[in-house]
Design a protein around this ligand. Structure first.
Ligand code: VGL
Ligand code: ZN
Length: 185
């Protein structure tokens, strides 16, 4: 695993938050299982001075994606709440670059690239290839990975470090990602 990380790589961790794990407001089956896997990747990245980026869903109260506004989701990852925190066992170093998303009042942002400027920052940091894990595979991981490919980054999806909202959604997401040139590891 470590010998495959190389200069120009980065680790991108998508939305590993309390609300997306069992017991949370929008729980994904086995969502918490990605945490120990990602911790190993975090350790490897740090050992090789590979930068780490972590996105987080950060919705205002009454967000447009919530059912109360006609959106598809129960309220989740509301700014400042316990559920919006990173999973307590995820060992993100202080040097992690964090990306807030889902903050707009008028639309959702599934992708960590959507109107965040992330592609610019990654290019400034000399990043060419992203190792990606997190939640959910068929929602925000999918959207993030497809945008990463559109922006010209190579993408390595860490299969054991992600879980879908639904199994069928996961299958479809993996097909779309494969078609977009994502490598699965
Ligand atoms: C997500 C549903 C709603 C995600 C975010 O991070 O995958 N899913 N908001
Ligand atoms: Zn959300």
């Amino acid at each position: 695993m470590t010998e495959r990380l190389q200069p120009g790589d980065a680790l991108l961790i998508v939305d590993v938050q309390v609300d997306f794990c069992p017991g949370g407001a929008l729980p994904i089956a086995e969502g918490d299982r990605v945490v120990p896997v990602l911790n190993r990747w975090i350790e490897a990245a740090q050992a090789q001075k590979i930068p780490i980026y972590a996105s987080y869903d950060w919705h205002p109260l009454g967000h447009v994606s919530f059912k109360e506004r006609g959106g598809p989701w129960p309220p989740h990852c509301v700014q400042g709440t316990e559920g919006a925190r990173f999973h307590p066992e995820l060992r993100l170093p202080d040097s992690t670059v964090k990306i807030a998303k889902g903050v707009r009042f008028d639309q959702d942002q599934y992708s960590a690239f959507d109107q965040t400027g992330l592609a610019v920052r990654l290019r400034q940091d000399g990043i060419k290839r992203l190792w990606v894990g997190g939640l959910a595979e068929d929602v925000c991981v999918l959207a993030t990975v497809l945008d990463a490919r559109k922006e010209g980054f190579e993408v390595m999806l860490i299969a054991e470090a992600t879980r879908p909202v639904t199994p069928q959604g996961g299958e479809e997401a993996r097909r779309k990602m494969r078609d977009a040139g994502v490598q699965f590891v």
